[in-house]
Write a protein that binds this ligand. Sequence first.
Ligand SMILES: C[S@@+](CC[C@H](N)C(=O)[O-])C[C@H]1O[C@@H](n2cnc3c(N)ncnc32)[C@H](O)[C@@H]1O
Length: 382
Amino acid sequence: TGIATKHCLRDPPPALRHDGQLRCPPPIDESTGPKPVDWSPWTHRPECVESEKDPGVKYCVYSNSRHGDQGISIITKPKTAADSAGMLNEEFPGATHLIPRYRATLLSTCRPRAWVSWLRARLLKPRRSWRIGRLVVLDLSFPKAMQKHVGHQYLHLASDQLADPERVLGLGRSSTAAVDIMEDILGTNSFSYTLGGDAHMALYPEVARINHACKPNAFVRFSPTSFDVKVVAFRDIEAGEEITISYIPMNHPREKRQRDLRRWGFECKCSLCTASKTEIATSDYRREKIASLQENVMKAISELDGTTAVRASYDILELAKAEDIHTMVASQYEVIARLFWKAGDVETATKYAQKSLDTHVELGYIDSRPDDLELLLKDFTT
Ligand SMILES: C[S@@+](CC[C@H](N)C(=O)[O-])C[C@H]1O[C@@H](n2cnc3c(N)ncnc32)[C@H](O)[C@@H]1O
């Protein structure tokens, strides 16, 4: 049932602030009441529908059209919305790397539906990022729980309640199966996103403008505490160079990457996929070798053959470096650390654990915290 938000204390005196009951809980469904009600933190009355397949399970559209500059709409279960409402008040921590002037450049050069590199950098340094928020978030179980036309109706409502629905409607569309424009836009442009522990899809209209490359120069980092995302540069991106991200895991050979991307509705034309035959063969050779060495590591671990596991892991590390798969380099340091830890060599394990953390921080994947190493080593023992 709904909660009458009018009667709760919006700004309790400091002495009472510890008592959560006195605060306004976020309204969770459409039955809160028809009259002037403070829907805070939502700007619209949440519209809800019961699952066809699972009676009793409800999904609602929650919108705040003033969040950021484009608003936010979330289609999810009431509990997830209530639990995550606090994220609306948060910003991505560590905002020191922002390059605000990017916004103007990005928006003015926007060319919908063009594959050509519309998104160009002025100059982006490694670990420098540009912060973006405002989106549509959709619980992945929602489309399966609804009749198609009901699902589409709620998707349209979610888009209509944003500050500028045109920003969503102007996005590229490439699905062959979708029957509805919003379904196509979400399928073409959204990311997997976890909210309240459940799988969701998230659409960030600005990130959606970034093309895929199999050797990208940037990646998207999601905030754990807010709805913001950052686009972080892996390396210096020159003025005029296109900003690219990878839509898929970065360590696969060309054929597998093309297969995966066809599911997104396109044939990849990035520089790696269109390189010379020799370059593609060289890259595929290394990536296939990484995959077979990973199998060797697993086999050696199951046979308690630490020496073989460590040797194969070093080989993977070198191949990942040669292929510029930065994320794999960082995680491979951790694999090596864990193998040494298992073998009882705490000193070497600690050295590689630190290298893994440093590489993640250098890449901008994580922000450095004083207890990082301690926490990682603790994880080795559990
Ligand atoms: C998320 S959108 C990217 C932005 C889009 N190019 C735009 O201008 O709005 C994904 C679509 O961009 C195109 N695209 C992205 N990366 C590509 C690539 N590496 N090769 C070919 N097409 C690509 C495909 O049409 C794909 O369906």
